[in-house]
Design a protein around this ligand. Sequence first.
Ligand code: THU
Length: 135
Amino acid sequence: MKSADALLSAAREAAKAAHCPYSNFRVGAAVLCADGSVVDGCNVENASYGLSICAERVALTSALAQGKRPTSLAVSCIDASDETDDQADTAALRMPCGACRQVMLELLPSDAAIHIDGVGSRNLSALIPQGFRLS
Ligand code: THU
């Protein structure tokens, strides 16, 4: 079983590949799969801004495309500033967005551990309480 630290290191490394010329905000994610492997991803932006995709969704959909079963995820916003004194704002810069939380709900176990660099670990059910499901 990979530790949270190992998964966070993979997420930090993955962030270096980010394509983010518009925001200059690099994000990396790493997904631990049931077979013990790790699949990573980074944010990939587009000149048509709405087509941009977050690191978490790149990692999760890549794992699925490789026939793997995601079990937990780490995310790292390596360009997030820690210059603010406000603890809440410091965390807000590092938290997964709402769209990614909904995709996590679809592709990870409902009690999956989500490791957030600089913030801590959360249970997925705490990140998206009463999330939308069709089944
Ligand atoms: N971003 C992510 O990759 N994951 C998140 O959960 C939040 C935001 C990316 C999207 C965009 O490329 C950049 O961060 C700034 O919003």
